[in-house]
Ligand binder design. Sequence first.
Ligand SMILES: *[C@@H]1O[C@H](CO)[C@@H](O)[C@H](O)[C@H]1NC(C)=O
Length: 199
Amino acid sequence: MVLAISLFARSCCRLLVGRLSWLFPLLGLVLQGCYLLLLPSIFFPMLSLQSLLLHGGWCKSAKPASKVAFFVGLGPNVGPVEQNTDLVFDKVVTNVGDTYSKQTGRFTAPYNGTYQFTVVVAAQGHQKAAADLMKSGKLVFTVWAESIPNWATSTNTAILELIQGDEVWLMLQKRACFIHGYMYSTFSGYLLFNTAEGE
Ligand SMILES: *[C@@H]1O[C@H](CO)[C@@H](O)[C@H](O)[C@H]1NC(C)=O
């Protein structure tokens, strides 16, 4: 009995499928059309929701925008000096984020983060020049150049972890105080990445 029913059902089905086989491509097309029509209407609201979440402020990171980069150089020569003297680089080429002060010659960290600094020191003809890279009053390194007999330029790069408000600057040493200007001596730095809060 069960066998008979199942055989009957199977042949009915086969007949139906045989008769209606022309319907399937059509059905496929209709479904495809629906899909194409529906797809954008499903995804566009999701996309706009996403952009709202990302740019609309709901998910805005607590971290500030991280655009910090400066590049400054000495105009005229500096030296000799009687005392160790803070160098004020008067040629400000780049100062994104306004972190370098032309008045004091100091960089002030706007965020907790890891920063990179490059110091280039050139000595005036037949003289010595040495500049100390200072981080909030502590010596990081000295860059020493001697233009003896002719010309010399020295450089070094520091990667420093700073907290907001830390100052970084250069101090000219009195024992090697003839530093060359005209953009031969420069100071530059930028934020590599800021520290996530709580780290
Ligand atoms: C920056 O770092 C200091 C010292 O680790 C910490 O006390 C301070 O909360 C940090 N500031 C921010 C904004 O994360």
